[in-house]
Every structure is written in C-alpha cells, then in structure tokens.
Design a protein around this ligand. Structure first.
Ligand SMILES: Cc1cc2nc3c(=O)[nH]c(=O)nc-3n(C[C@H](O)[C@H](O)[C@H](O)COP(=O)(O)O)c2cc1C
Length: 212
C-alpha cells in the first residue's frame, strides 16, 4: 500500500514514521533555562551522526503554534545540554519526565532522579543513567511549525564504570548498559537483548567466494 506524504496530515505522517522507524534510541535531555531552572525530557527523534566532529541530533517539536517545548527553548537560549541514555531500570522515571509539565516544574525532582554536576557544561547529568553526553549546540535547523533539529557536539561522555571493559581501548560492554529503544505508538518500547553477530565481508573474501 502506498501512503502519499504530500496529502497526509501531520498526525498521519507521524504515525507512519514512528511505527516503522524502530527501534529509536532515546535522548533523555537535561537543560537549564536562562535563570538556571532544571528541565528534563525524553526525545526519540535522536541518533548519532558523526564522530569527527562528534555530533548527535535531536528533533524537538512544539506543543501548539507559538509554543516550543522547554528543552528546545532552553537549548536555543543557553546552547548547552546533556544527553543521558535510558536503561531498562530507568524506564518508569524517564516516562515521568515526559509528562507535559509547565516550565516551572523540575522533572528530575518529580521523578526522584539525582542531578550530578557536569564537567564541561552547566546542565547536570542524571546519576541514574548509565551513559551521559555533555553537549554544546553546534547548530539548530529550524524546520517550521515550532519544530527544530538540534545538532549537538559531544564534549565529554560518562559511562558507568562497570560497563567499561578497557578504557584505553574504548571497549564498552554494551549489553550491560541494558538500554531501551522506543517502538511504535505512544507506549511501546523494546529492550536491546536480542542480538546477533554478522561480521563485515572484506571485498577480497567476496570476490574469492564468487570465483570458487
Ligand atoms: C520515549 C519518548 C520519546 C519522545 N520523543 C520526542 C521527540 O523526539 N520529540 C518531541 O518533540 N517530543 C518527544 N517526546 C515528548 C516529550 O518528551 C514531551 O513533550 C515533554 O514533556 C517535553 O518536555 P519539555 O517541554 O520539558 O521539553 C517523547 C516522549 C517520550 C515518552
């Protein structure tokens, strides 16, 4: 069946995109407003896009015309944020931080989470998260309709000690992080436990295989 995106409504397009592009990692973003008030929220329009420079990107929407989400507003104003990743153990608290609170509410306090000072940026990281990335805004691409793509340059990454196999070689025990991804609809998630290994094929091996 074909779905013509040029004739669909925004909510129909949203349904098709989020029920097919899965699983999506979740950026659990901590930011501060101009007065230093804490804010946290999850975003699954998120991924890593480059290592040199090290760039992550988050798609942040608006609530309604003229009203951007607090995270988007804070990053536009301060240029700094921390992306925390979400483990299965963090899932319920992450969900609490997604409640549409007003800007006066500190979602970390509501969810009983612990902010710890960052090294390079003003917003703190979340102590309960296994991975946190301290980021500065590289650029914001305004998409219209209060939506923006925020490109962040990663300045520093924290990884929980027990998940680091060899710090010098940057070997990480990824399964131990027990990260979750967002699936379809508003409430489905997946764990990252169902893995399989498939080595890359060197071109010489491929050519040999085909001449056998
Ligand atoms: C798992 C999850 C992923 C989400 N992903 C996004 C997203 O990619 N973009 C977005 O604008 N809102 C997303 N939301 C909704 C925001 O988290 C929600 O609107 C939040 O209240 C925004 O908070 P803020 O106003 O403090 O920034 C997501 C919610 C959940 C639960």
């Amino acid at each position: 069946m074909e779905f013509d995106f040029t004739t669909l409504s925004a909510s129909q397009r949203y349904k098709l995109l989020v029920s097919t592009i899965v699983p999506r990692p979740i950026a659990w973003v901590v930011s501060l407003d101009a007065a230093g008030k804490l804010n946290a929220a999850p975003f699954s329009f998120f991924n890593a896009f480059s290592q040199d420079p090290p760039v992550v990107c988050i798609g942040i929407g608006g609530r309604h015309p003229g009203d951007v989400k607090d995270t988007g507003n804070n990053i536009r104003v301060t240029g700094e944020f921390v992306v925390n990743l979400v483990s299965f153990a963090n899932a319920e608290q992450m969900n609490i931080t997604a409640i549409e609170f007003g800007p006066e509410v500190d979602e970390l306090a509501e969810a009983g989470l612990t902010p710890i000072p960052s090294v390079r940026v003003k917003p703190p990281r979340i102590a309960e998260s296994p991975v946190s990335m301290e980021c500065e805004r590289l650029m914001t691409i305004e998409l219209g309709n209060e939506r923006a793509l925020v490109l962040g340059k990663v300045l520093l990454m924290h990884i929980r000690d027990d998940a680091v196999i060899d710090a010098a070689k940057c070997y990480i025990d990824t399964p131990k992080l027990d990260l979750i991804g967002r699936m379809h609809g508003r409430g489905f998630y997946t764990r990252t436990r169902d893995q399989f290994e498939m080595p890359r094929i060197p071109v010489e091996d491929w050519q040999l295989r085909n001449t056998d």
